[in-house]
Design a binder for this molecule. Structure first.
Ligand code: GCW
Length: 673
């Protein structure tokens, strides 16, 4: 007999305003009607769904809500079907996601038709670059929420559990269903039995919310902690060591998701240390986790020291291996071919690897986009990336479609985001950085959703004045929601303009490895060339830009036609990628008739002006927001505005020594001394 669970929710007519309990990030709605839920399942996931509905129900009074779990073919994975008063799903998690969606619709006022919502990717995963000493690599929101107290050992406190529960709840509310708990530059201690006990405690809190646990591991673990003489993936003792380890892990964490590996990259060990390929290494681990349904996420972030063109390397190393990977290996590829720059064209591996599962890796933490000091809404950039047409299987082979199994028969599909979460009370260091966490989850669930819609949702959920009367609400929409949404939507382009316009990239301050601020001059003697800024901008008396055309590094050949010719040809190369693909003279004529040098100056200046506008927009929003958040964001915007100017002045003054041209007089000029 088909298992059918039915939950009946009756909404009474009494008003029952909850206190601020349960207020978390974008989850802060208050119920406007008492909800009584009769529920026949004791499952902890369903209990959460029930509690969420009770806490935040704003549907029409007197409505009935019927939740059923029965197999439907149209509903995929943990997808669901919702109408105004019903949620249907094939899994308990589907019910939970449906509950969050229904509540979101109620709170944002979005219409609820009878509709099916299926996830774009099977695995929607946060990658934490958290170290076991409590620090977070490229983290700007305080210490690790998982490993912050390690001086006290692996003990777990009640407060830890509360924190992890809030974290899991926020993730579940946006459909995230996996977390890699530690840095890809992994500690060898990660796989020790003591450490795994702590992982067990974390996974127990996250499980009811559907968050699977994954770990980053050192490829040389067999040698480092197993006492073996080698970590050669084809050595039988090494294989046995991994098999035993996988068995141990699954005993402790039965639903363990799998491993994330950074191998032969930036000094991390890997199969090439033993003369083996990435496929040899990944497949060995894939076989080891296969009996438990695990996957291996193998990163393609590789580049040799002093190579001719770092942007070409992932493709060069991985394309020859297409077809050699097991079906539970997913190659994890950063959105761009270099490294999470403010703007990059998509990595040409997307769509090109046709016989291998490939997953996008996005960076939510703002390593190259102003840390948690700057308001930069990243969804706009991710949307541009996901919608990029690879042309690999004809028009419309977007990055989204080449990774979500719409085009290729991938056994597993996934997307990862490098988390921006820490112990800071506002979780992400900047109030608006929360929107990037939110947006990642929403896009991982639906890779066709627009950044505009996500911004609208997030602003409503986060800032909507719940206490206000209806008359004030239209005011709020006009004077807060609309202008602030516009600010968010323009913020990424502004950051590109004042830091790295026209296809420039990797010209950051490298001092102390901060990646914050301008540094086109960066590169002390003796450092590897691909860790200097000049390697990327190549500015000299003859011009500026990286020649990746056929005459140059040839990286343009990695793109499928017609993109290849479009990028190769200076007439058709989009100006946003101009200096990514071309080295051009300073007096090169842009489409608007300006010479390149002038255009560079005007674009930097535009970025600065845009941030100054953001400040004004925010100032006007003051009446609509609590003091604390208003002043905190205001002060960060002031810093952003100052730093944008430093960026512009620093870059223009540096490049001017090569261009030998004046900065146009109608823009604010740098102070020379
Ligand atoms: O962008 C670089 C970062 C490193 C990071 C590396 C990677 C985790 O500067 O901090 O290491 O990428 O993605 O592996």
């Amino acid at each position: 007999m088909k298992k059918t669970l039915v939950f009946l929710i009756l909404i009474s007519t009494t008003f029952n305003l909850h206190a601020e309990d349960g207020h978390l990030l974008w989850l802060r709605a208050k119920s406007t009607g008492k909800v009584t839920i009769v529920c026949f399942s004791k499952s902890s996931t369903i209990a959460i769904a029930k509690q969420e509905l009770e806490q935040s129900w704003q549907g029409k009074n007197g409505a009935k809500l019927l939740l059923t779990i029965k197999k439907s073919k149209a509903i995929k994975g943990d997808g669901f079907k919702i109408s105004e008063n019903e949620i249907q799903a094939n899994t308990e998690l589907g019910i939970l996601y449906g509950a969050y969606e229904l509540l979101r619709r109620q709170q944002t006022g979005e219409a609820i038709q009878n509709e099916i919502c299926n996830p774009s990717y099977e695995r929607r995963i946060l990658n934490h670059w958290d170290n076991l000493d409590g620090s977070v690599e490229r983290g700007y929101a305080g210490k690790s929420i998982f490993w912050h107290d390690m001086e006290k050992g692996y003990a777990v406190t009640d407060n830890d559990r509360i924190l992890w529960k809030e974290y899991a709840r926020a993730n579940a509310s946006i459909g995230i269903n996996g977390a890699v708990l530690n840095n890809v530059n992994s500690s060898k201690l990660m796989l020790t039995t003591e450490c795994l006990q702590k992982v067990k405690a974390i996974s127990e809190v996250m499980r009811p919310y559907g968050i699977k646990t994954y770990l980053s591991v050192k490829f040389s673990s067999p040698t480092l902690i197993g006492g073996l003489k080698t970590s050669d993936p084809l050595n039988s003792e090494v294989i046995k060591w991994w098999k035993d380890k996988a068995k141990e892990i699954h005993k402790i964490i039965p639903d363990f998701g799998g491993f994330l590996i950074k191998a032969n990259s930036e000094g991390e060990p890997g199969p090439q240390d033993f003369g083996r390929t990435h496929a040899d290494g990944a497949n060995m681990l894939a076989d080891v986790v296969k009996p438990y349904g695990g996957i291996i996420m193998w990163r393609a972030f590789v580049y040799e020291i002093n190579s001719k063109d770092r942007a070409a390397q992932a493709y060069n190393e991985f394309m020859p291996l297409d077809g050699q990977f097991r079906d539970n290996v997913i190659i994890q590829v950063k959105n761009g071919p270099v490294d999470f720059q403010p703007r990059e064209p998509f990595n040409p591996l997307f769509g090109a690897m046709k016989k291998t599962s490939v997953m996008p890796e996005l960076q939510i933490t703002q390593e190259y986009l102003g840390h948690s000091e700057q308001l930069v809404y990243l969804a706009k950039m991710w949307e541009e990336f996901l919608k990029s047409d690879t042309h690999q299987e004809g028009v419309g082979s977007t990055v989204a479609r080449t990774t979500d199994a719409s085009i290729f028969p991938q056994k597993h599909t996934a997307i990862a985001g490098v988390a921006n979460i820490g112990l800071d009370t506002n979780w992400c260091g900047h109030h608006f950085a929360q929107s990037n966490w939110y947006a990642f989850g929403r896009m991982a669930w639906n890779n066709q959703i627009t950044s505009e819609k996500i911004a609208d949702e997030w602003l409503k959920l986060t800032f909507y004045p719940i206490e206000e009367k209806d008359s004030k609400v239209s005011d709020w929409k006009k004077n807060f929601l609309e202008p602030v949404k516009q600010l968010m939507l323009e913020s990424h382009e502004a950051a590109v303009n004042y830091s790295m316009p026209l296809g420039l990239h990797h010209i950051f301050a490298g001092l102390n490895n901060t990646h914050y601020g301008p540094g086109p001059w960066f590169g002390p003697k003796g450092i590897r060339s691909d860790w200097t800024a000049a390697y990327y901008h190549k500015a000299d008396a003859s011009g500026i830009g990286f020649d990746r055309t056929e005459k140059g590094s040839g990286a343009v050949n990695q793109y499928h036609e017609p993109l290849k010719s479009q990028f190769e040809n200076i007439e058709t190369c989009p100006e946003i990628y101009l200096l990514w693909f071309h080295h051009l003279p300073w007096d090169y004529k842009m489409k608007n008739e300006r010479i390149l040098w002038d255009e560079l100056c005007y674009t930097y200046d535009k970025g600065v002006k845009e941030v100054r506008e953001f400040q004004k927009i925010w100032d006007k929003a003051q009446p609509y927001i609590d003091e604390q958040r208003f002043f905190e964001v205001q002060s960060k915007l002031r810093r952003q505005s100052r730093d944008a100017q430093i960026w512009k002045d620093g870059c223009l003054l540096y490049f001017q020594q090569f261009s030998k041209r004046p900065i146009p007089f109608d823009i604010e000029r740098p102070v020379y001394n």
